[in-house]
Design a protein around this ligand. Structure first.
Ligand SMILES: [Zn+2]
Length: 415
């Protein structure tokens, strides 16, 4: 077997294409392996629209970046014909080694995608020696292609939540299928609020789903969301995720702390001590000391924190009946503690919100779906932010969320 055949085989080049030239350009750093392909004289090419074999009308030269040949960058150049189909007119053909419009070979893109699944895009771009912007374009193409084949005809229950791609900016709302154990994300869209619910409905219908088949929706207590869900998914019951109840009280406790700090001096490390404890995070010695001092000093922040901590006891209820009793008790206890102290206003509002949505909160005890999903979603957001580092905007953030957590199937094996 001669060298040309070996290279052609490695490239997957088949007739009418053949390798006509190869040279290593050693004046460049790194060296460049230049491979030239050409089609047999007189060969016919399929029209890109209908596949009818046509004679070449004219040719133009194109170059693709290919996988490195050892440490050398490798480029393929070929004169690509345009067909002149009687039905579809003049069209540039798609070559078998690259997708239309790409300046990279399929093998190069496949290697890039394998890296991107394992590491931040910026790091993958460095290894492949291309700009991260170009790599993002490749990733976005394949993710969109895989998503277009997503089938949602079985979707019966979903949850959604919003997050910011940067702190306080550029919101993205993400929808997960509650029946999917791994890779639950089925839709992510820019923005937050009511519109995103109709956007999801349209997406669901475009992917074979039926809004009237949806029986349960899990979301937070935002009145706009709840109203939108009620209007758009009429048959669905609404469940408030426990995660959002805790979040509501955590924010309220923090507001009390801020208000109290303006009047008295709070122990150092108070902030993290009262915020952290809610998710079982371990307190540092300093934070534990702050908490002990807060409690001993009978600060309002400590009182607010104790109310919030009682939520753990509510959550631990094993039956819906027990949970109902505990929530009632919790609300009464909280109201007594808060009384009409204006400093605890935020907490009073949180209590009111929980009271208003009590039935939807209680649903979690009867729901057939695992309720830890929205909490898991926050882990996905965090990972996506890190992996899109360096070139993060709403589009790349959404692409990364899909890449990490959407059921993209055999995407990477089918290119
Ligand atoms: Zn045609």
């Amino acid at each position: 077997m001669i060298t040309a055949d070996v290279l052609a085989l490695g490239l997957g080049v088949e007739p009418p294409w053949k390798l006509v030239d190869q040279r290593l350009e050693t004046d460049k750093r790194p060296h460049e392996l230049r491979i030239e392909l050409a089609a047999d004289r007189g060969a016919e090419f399929p029209c890109p629209d209908c596949g009818r074999l046509c004679k070449a009308r004219d040719f133009n030269s194109f170059t693709w970046r290919h996988l490195n040949f050892f440490q050398h960058h490798c480029y393929i150049t070929a004169r690509v014909p345009r067909t002149d189909c009687p039905e579809h007119g003049v069209k540039r053909i798609t070559v078998p080694w690259a997708r239309a419009g790409s300046r990279f070979t399929l093998l190069f893109e496949q290697a890039a995608l394998i890296l991107v699944r394992e590491m931040p895009v910026l790091a993958a771009a460095r290894i492949m020696a291309i700009t991260d912007k170009r790599l993002w374009r490749i990733v976005e193409h394949y993710v969109a292609k895989a998503l277009s084949g997503l089938k949602l005809e079985h979707l019966k229950a979903f949850a959604f939540d919003e997050t910011a791609s940067k702190r306080g900016h550029n919101y993205v709302t993400v929808f997960i299928d509650l029946a999917r154990k791994g890779r639950p994300v089925v839709f992510a869209t820019p923005g937050k609020g009511k519109q995103t619910v109709s956007d999801f409905k349209a997406f669901l219908e475009a992917h074979g789903g039926k809004p009237e088949r949806v029986v349960e929706v899990v979301c937070d207590m935002s009145p706009a969301f709840l109203a939108a869900v009620g209007e758009t998914f009429e048959k669905a019951s609404q469940t408030v995720d426990w995660f959002h109840v805790v979040q509501l009280f955590t924010t309220a406790v923090d507001e009390v702390r801020k208000a109290e700090r303006r009047q008295v001096e709070l122990p150092d490390a108070t902030r993290w001590a009262v915020l952290k404890a809610h998710d079982g995070g371990r307190l540092s010695d300093k934070q534990a000391a702050a908490l002990a001092e807060l409690e001993a000093g009978d600060f309002l922040t400590a009182q607010a924190w104790r109310i919030k901590e009682k939520l753990r006891w509510v959550r631990a209820a094993e039956t819906s009946h027990a949970a109902r009793w505990r929530i009632t008790h919790f609300l009464r206890h909280a109201r007594e503690r808060i009384a009409d102290n204006p400093m605890l206003e935020k907490l009073r509002q949180a209590v009111e919100t929980v009271e208003k949505h009590q039935e939807r909160i209680l649903q979690r005890w009867t729901s057939t779906y695992n309720n830890a999903r929205l909490e898991a979603l926050n882990g996905i957001f965090k990972a996506a932010r890190a992996r899109a580092r360096g070139y993060r905007n709403v589009a790349t953030f959404i692409t990364m969320i899909y890449l990490i957590a959407a059921p993209l199937g055999e995407l990477f094996n089918s290119i």
